[in-house]
Design a protein around this ligand. Structure first.
Ligand code: SF4
Length: 288
């Protein structure tokens, strides 16, 4: 059985001291151990960005994508080999800006993958420009007087895109993060976990203390019913005063994309078993 150390590589993290990525990295290793998964059973895809720099720091199969494209290779890996546990990670810049179309399509298709979105409200790797999750008017590198647009809430976008599992965690609460990661990975269908995490170097507004003063846990609200999509839509939106964490929504009867394909219902093989070598000589000859 794998231990936490089995998920380490020889590369030590070089994130800034106090970065929220440490909690996510540590929590994910603990989650995979708790789920009795071995490193060779897991694929993690990464975006460009500070979170993406974790690609060589976690001992699983890994793929580092182009900016905003962390979700498509994760979908491909899962469709090819459904036995794998497939996790796609990225920041608010990559997934909510360049790649938001991929998030919406993967959610509505209900591919059986898990997406972890690191939301620190900045393009951190490129030194702190605003993203779509930055509050309107907040100063930053791209716009010193603040951006004029309203911000977008990732969990809200996942919900309206029909994700069958949507949760929010906090980089300052690794114990809750492990619980949420386990639930997200075990969910059958598309699961989305937004992780609000301070960028301690470039975002001096949304700090650990700022979040701690505003965050509450849905699991402590006895009357919260996370099968109620409309209620989830309502509570997910507030990112300023009362920030909900926990499982916002789960469709426990969700049917993943692959299980909806009637023509593959009785298939004895996985797509990865059916890959064959094809000669393209004939096509090349047409062009020469
Ligand atoms: Fe983390 Fe921000 Fe440093 Fe990047 S710049 S490693 S997000 S604290």
């Amino acid at each position: 059985m794998a231990q936490v150390n089995d998920y380490n590589t020889r590369v030590k993290p070089n994130w800034c001291p106090g970065c929220g990525n440490f909690a996510v990295w540590t929590s994910l290793k603990q989650t995979l151990v708790d789920l009795n998964l071995e490193p060779h059973q897991v694929v993690v895809t990464y975006d460009i960005g500070c979170s993406g720099n974790g690609a060589d720091k976690l001992n699983t199969y890994a793929l580092k994508s182009l900016h905003g494209r962390t979700i498509p290779p994760a979908v491909g890996a899962k469709l090819a080999n459904p036995d794998l546990t497939v996790i796609s990670t990225g920041g608010d810049g990559g997934i909510m800006e360049e790649g938001v179309n991929h998030l919406m399509w993967a959610a509505r298709s209900n591919y059986d993958i898990t997406v972890f979105l690191h939301n620190n409200q900045r393009f951190a790797l490129t030194t702190g420009q605003q993203t779509v999750t930055t509050k309107k008017g907040e100063p930053g590198k791209t716009a010193p007087r603040g951006i004029p647009e309203d911000s977008i809430v990732p969990a809200h976008v996942a919900l309206i895109s029909k994700a069958s599992f949507v949760a929010r965690g906090f980089g300052g609460d690794p114990a809750q993060l492990v619980t949420l990661m386990k639930s997200a990975i075990k969910h059958k269908g598309f699961s989305f976990l937004e992780i609000v995490q301070p960028c301690v170097t470039l975002n001096k507004i949304n700090t650990f203390d700022w979040f701690r003063e505003r965050i509450y846990k849905l699991e402590e609200k006895k009357d919260y019913d996370n099968s109620n999509w409309h209620k989830a839509l309502e509570v997910s939106q507030d990112m300023e005063e009362n920030i909900a964490t926990g499982i916002l929504y789960e469709d426990k009867h969700s049917i993943p994309y692959s299980d909806r394909l009637s023509h593959r219902k009785d298939s004895k093989t996985k797509l990865v078993d059916e890959v064959k070598a094809y000669s393209i000589d004939g096509y090349i000859e047409e062009f020469v």
